[in-house]
Design a protein around this ligand. Structure first.
Ligand SMILES: [Zn+2]
Length: 290
């Protein structure tokens, strides 16, 4: 068994890159890939800790793509496997993207304070993030902590909506990779661009979407995935259906379009109760990566 989609504490996971390897070894997993969101900060540790151990470790990334509702691209992720983490182009692009996102979070805080009257500062949000990438959950945490009266009757979900695309406090990111640019940057770093968990996206036609991905330059697809434990299926009546139906559906498309097959658990540690290796990705997929 292998698992080609794992997150460490360099993005929003809870284990360090080395801990991921120790856990995978204990579970007798043959190969794992580190695919943190929009950064490769953990890759060096991951590769060096994995050296001379009884496991194959692959360097990777998971890039969040710019929203483009007119092309049905919403919350789409592309995984890049076997990337060269020393690629200057990749490093510079990720830095530019990260700076743009931090600026966006800062602007959202300003809008919350100055236009909507919330008691919040970016400095506070930054401090509770404690050195981790500042995200929407940190902003929501401060809103709740500092504004008990103002948020009466609002759910946590309402607050997330307020600071997300379409919400009153939302501010656009200045720099964000689009679908083709993300593929291009993964290619330029020698990696294989793979459409991550295709079954979770809101698209009008699943097959057409994969055809679009292929035409845009996607070379691989995640087949096995923990659909029943992830958005939008987790805790819904469709969970079981998704887990049964989607992998087979995408396997057929992978064969039709001659795509590299991949898969993974999307393990983040912690809450969801997902284990490394849980997606049951077959070892034979490895041939395309080693
Ligand atoms: Zn992921």
């Amino acid at each position: 068994m292998i698992d080609l989609h794992l997150h460490s504490n360099k993005s929003d996971g809870s284990d360090s890159p080395s801990q991921l390897i120790d856990k995978a070894l204990a579970l007798k997993i043959k190969a794992i890939a580190l695919t943190d969101h929009d950064n490769i900060d953990g890759v060096k540790e991951f590769l060096s800790y994995g050296e001379n151990k009884d496991i194959i470790v692959l360097p990777g990334i998971e890039i969040s793509i710019r929203h483009e509702p007119e092309r049905e691209i919403e919350d789409v992720h592309i995984v890049g496997l076997n990337i060269d983490y020393n690629s200057t182009k990749l490093i510079n692009t990720l830095k530019k993207q990260k700076d743009g996102r931090l600026k966006q979070k800062e602007q959202i805080c300003t809008r919350l304070k100055e236009e909507l009257g919330y008691n919040i500062t970016y400095e506070e949000v930054k401090s509770i993030a404690g050195g981790h990438i500042i995200g929407r959950p940190h902003i929501v945490e401060i809103i709740i902590k500092n504004n008990p009266d103002k948020i009466k009757g609002k759910t946590k979900n309402d607050l997330f909506k307020m600071i997300s695309l379409g919400g009153t406090a939302y501010v656009d990111r200045e720099y964000e990779l689009n679908f083709e640019e993300s593929i291009e940057i993964i290619n330029s770093a020698g990696g294989i661009p793979i459409i991550a968990h295709p079954g979770i996206y809101k698209v009008s036609n699943r097959s057409k979407f994969i055809e679009f991905c292929v035409n845009a330059g996607i070379k691989g697809i995640e087949i096995e995935y923990t659909y029943s434990k992830n958005r939008p299926f987790y805790n819904t009546e469709k969970a079981e259906w998704a887990q049964e139906y989607l992998p087979g559906f995408y396997r057929k498309l992978a064969e039709k379009f001659n795509l590299v097959k991949s898969g993974g658990s999307d393990y983040h540690g912690g809450e969801k109760g997902i284990k490394i290796g849980e997606a049951n990705v077959p070892e034979k997929y490895l041939k395309d990566f080693i």
